[in-house]
Design a protein around this ligand. Structure first.
Ligand SMILES: NC(=O)c1ccc[n+]([C@@H]2O[C@H](COP(=O)([O-])OP(=O)(O)OC[C@H]3O[C@@H](n4cnc5c(N)ncnc54)[C@H](OP(=O)(O)O)[C@@H]3O)[C@@H](O)[C@H]2O)c1
Length: 484
């Protein structure tokens, strides 16, 4: 049976897309007292949500987009929560037909920030506001309070912000939502958040792998170690759920579930986007990059098969002081994690410069403290670091984090060295340490690279002792240098 036409202007806000995320976001809005217009491409889902959750609040279902837009109070706020890509464009095209100047379209899907920038510019020309809003926290977050990262105009945020702040997660009374910056800034920050999530998961994975290889711990024993770590600096949602995953026993076989799961990690693309964008901006996000490549390696069966009989020529593990080793791994994990966050913030800073966004890094760390997957205790320390110096060029240069890294360095070096000696892959642990040593180096072999580039491609070089651009005539007798 078709849904009857709703009353015009009866809803505070609308959600199109009654999939996992959209239906939960609509319920969250309704539970917080908003009258929520809902619709979906397949209208059976709209009816199901309206009927099943009627007791939670006011849902105003619509059969089609025309009725959906009509049901919204002006200036209208219509959220799109569908599969990112062409589906989002299809929804926007439909919305445009029925919207009026000053109305706001909000894309809460995981859209690529450059798509958001394009859409925002196109809709601005049509007199509409477009807000790309990153939403983190999965299904549970959408329902109970996610971290929300809206971009778009300040005007749009003034209309939309109070509603989003109300439904977002709250930590110490503060909402995990703030206006991130213009056009695609919100989706950019969400993308980097997801990239950091990749690195965070990988460093936990590397710690787990080392503890099993070196000490022969069972998954449940590693889970106990992680539960202990979760009471200190490493207190985070990811650490907490990892401990749970490791303790899980398969009901059918009685074996640790993690040992029965195929070791091929999937990805949906936001980590890849973070790395691709970092390359465009020339920002080294080695932690996120190695974490993304590690997933790629795990999911390359042909290459892994071809290498199964490769000799490692690695020394067998012989750990004398097991507790000291566990503490070393903890410190290597912590230091690598801080580096990954530091690099992620550098990517946000570079994009803000490139696209003219006014992004407060401290606010980003603050809104990530609740609702989202990377929520963690140490985000408070990151907020404090950026509050102290909003222009901080390196998070690892902040007094607190610098001190922490100094504490961890000896253990970090020991773990990276031992992983190499004993043939254990630890790509983020080791690349983060290399980054640390690279960024603090007085002099890098980049001077030699410049010489090579000038030799084969006349790419020129700068000198440390005088101004100007120089080229050596490598093919000529005596190789004279000329100024360009
Ligand atoms: N799942 C998560 O943890 C999570 C977290 C953060 C962000 N996100 C993002 O949230 C968005 C929605 O994810 P989800 O997990 O809720 O997806 P989902 O459960 O698979 O639902 C997809 C929704 O998209 C609609 N759709 C697909 N193609 C469409 C089209 N061409 N035109 C109109 N509607 C179309 C579907 O409508 P039908 O019912 O008619 O097929 C359905 O409502 C995605 O961008 C995702 O990346 C997801």
């Amino acid at each position: 049976m078709a849904i009857p036409t709703p009353q015009a202007g009866s809803a505070d806000i609308g959600v199109m897309g009654m999939g996992v995320m959209g239906s939960n976001l609509a319920r969250n809005l309704a539970r917080n007292g908003y009258k929520v217009a809902i619709t979906n491409r397949t209208s059976a889902k709209t009816q199901k949500v309206a009927a099943k959750y009627a007791s939670e609040g006011t849902f105003i279902p619509s059969e089609d987009v025309a009725d959906f837009i009509l049901s919204l109070e002006k200036p209208r706020v219509a959220i799109i929560m569908v599969k990112a890509g062409p589906a989002t464009d299809a929804c926007i095209d439909q919305f445009k037909q029925y919207m009026e100047e000053g109305d706001i379209i909000v894309d809460c899907g995981n859209s690529l920030f450059s798509d958001t920038r394009r859409r925002e510019a196109e809709l601005k020309a049509a007199g509409l506001h477009f807000v790309g809003a990153g939403v983190s926290g999965g299904e549970e977050g959408a329902l109970l309070g996610p971290a929300i990262m809206p971009g778009g105009s300040k005007w749009a945020y003034d209309r939309l912000g109070p509603m989003f702040e109300k439904i977002s997660a709250h930590v110490e009374g503060e909402p995990c939502c703030t206006h991130v910056g213009a056009d695609g800034a919100g989706h950019f920050v969400k993308m980097v958040h997801n990239g950091i999530e990749y690195a965070d998961m990988q460093v936990i994975g590397e710690a787990y792998d080392l503890l099993r290889r070196a000490l022969g711990l069972t998954p449940a024993q590693v889970g106990e170690v992680f539960a202990r770590w979760n009471e200190g600096d490493l207190d985070s949602y990811l650490m907490e759920i990892t401990a749970e995953v490791l303790k899980q026993v398969d009901a059918e076989t009685g074996k640790p579930l993690v040992d029965l799961i195929q070791d091929a990690a999937g990805q949906k693309g936001t980590g890849m986007w973070t790395v691709q964008t970092a390359l465009d901006l020339a920002v080294p996000v080695t932690g996120i990059g190695e974490a993304t490549f590690a997933r790629g390696l795990s999911s390359a069966p042909e290459q892994r098969q071809a290498a199964q009989n490769f000799e490692g020529q690695a020394e067998p593990w012989q750990v004398k002081d097991r507790e000291a080793f566990i503490e070393d791994v903890r410190q290597a994990l912590f230091a690598s994690k801080v580096v990954a966050y530091s690099q992620g913030f550098n990517e946000i800073q570079a994009a803000a410069k490139e696209y003219g966004w006014q992004i407060e890094n401290g606010d980003m760390a603050r809104i990530w403290r609740g609702g989202c997957i990377i929520r963690a205790r140490f985000l408070n320390d990151i907020t404090r670091a950026f509050e102290k110096d909003p222009e901080l060029p390196l998070l690892i240069g902040d007094e607190y984090f610098y001190g922490k890294i100094q504490e961890c360095l000896p253990a970090w070096r020991r773990i990276v060295a031992q992983a190499a000696l004993h043939g254990a892959p630890a790509p983020v642990f080791s690349s983060s340490l290399s980054y640390y040593d690279g960024v603090r180096a007085k002099r890098l072999p980049a001077a030699l690279i410049q010489g090579q580039r000038d030799f084969f491609g006349s790419h020129t070089y700068k000198r440390v002792d005088k101004e100007g651009t120089f080229h050596t005539l490598w093919a000529q007798q005596g190789r004279p240098e000329e100024q360009w």
